[in-house]
Design a protein around this ligand. Sequence first.
Ligand code: HAM
Length: 424
Amino acid sequence: MKYKAPRGTRDLLPGEAEKWHFVESRFKELCNIYGFTEIRTPIFEETALFVRSMGEETDVVKKEMYIFKDQGGRELALRPEGTAGVVRAFIEHGIHNEAQPVKLFYYGPMFRYDRPQAGRQRQFYQMGIEIFGTKDPAVDVEVIKFSQDFFQGLGFSNLSLQINSTGCSECREDYLEQLSVFADARVSSLCGDCKERSRLNPLRLLDCKEIGCREEMKDAPRITDHLCSSCRDHFDKVLFLLDSLEIIYNVDHQLVRGLDYYTNTAFEFHSSTLGAQNSLGGGGRYDNLVEVCGGASTPGVGMAVGVERIVMAMEKEALFSEEMPAAGIFIAVGEQNDLPLRREALLLLNYLRGKGIVCDTDYLGRSLKAQMKFANRKRFRYVVILGGEDPSEGTLKVRDMLKGDQTELLRSEAIELLLKNCGK
Ligand code: HAM
């Protein structure tokens, strides 16, 4: 084989695509219920937008971006995540002038150049929501509750919710100092990146994927012990509201989520059935991001889930129903060379499709037996047989593929039955 899909990407084949549609449609249905409207942004943006929003010292920016110059010499990057583009669009189109809060959702491919492994790809799909314009802790809880409803709606019952507060720039000042001192005392055991992180952006010490560094940092000072009164109050209210909704969580003091834009709440949903890449989704608050990107100061909170990981976890937990339900009608013809019969089949096909019914026919000149076999494999609910043995004028033979019985009905009766059982 001469060409293969690039490393870290994969084709979505028929059979798999239906599973994705199921997951996507559940997400969109929930967005509708919660009042989110869709936004679509480009898959590439100016590189500077991602550097500015996610932070120069983050792994995503330092190591994982697909950066290129276009023919006009512009510095562009494939989007590694959705929030930055949505924030850019929010500012560019003056969406802050609309009634607040603004609730947006998005869906699409993201790109990160990382070492591919199960659940980690270089092109992957995210579905996300963002809420702009309110600092109310109840909105953080709304985003978490949305995530939980979404996962539960797909059938997950054993995900764990990890949550933390990342504070604000005021409470971080003293905390980062202490974190850096803690890391410096262990500098000889830390990886090269962490040595730099300690100097340039100590919060990122908590993101390191190296087991040795994680071990060294496990007793590091906790940011929740350093929150200013306003951040403490915010976090307490979020936890109180989660308790009120009986949402079970674990406060993970190390959770800072790898991106610089988070302030206050940060959370992730973990699946125990996945391996190292166990985060099905995550998000948090980003009250400075709109301003950092050049807009008027506007608080925000959101989250994104990864579609590949969700489908993988659902497969592992057998959450997809085994078989697609039988649906639609297949029109089989008895004699393929009988042009008037083929004409009748096409007219019936188009009539039924015009009524919104899933309907197909044979275009490969198969025998009647082979057509029946095909219809069975493709899980059609009914087969209408035109011609074949003993055809009678004005009637149609209808085979119920679920019950396995066949009846000959007056044409009008047959159509009435099909419309009734296969129509919307
Ligand atoms: P994130 O945690 O970087 O957050 O990504 C969200 C989800 O995308 C992850 O939980 C995971 O399921 C999936 N994901 C991330 N990287 C990969 C990968 N290489 N391969 C497969 N799946 C992956 C964000 O991106 C934030 N923008 C979320 C957010 C929205 N925060 C506030 N608003």
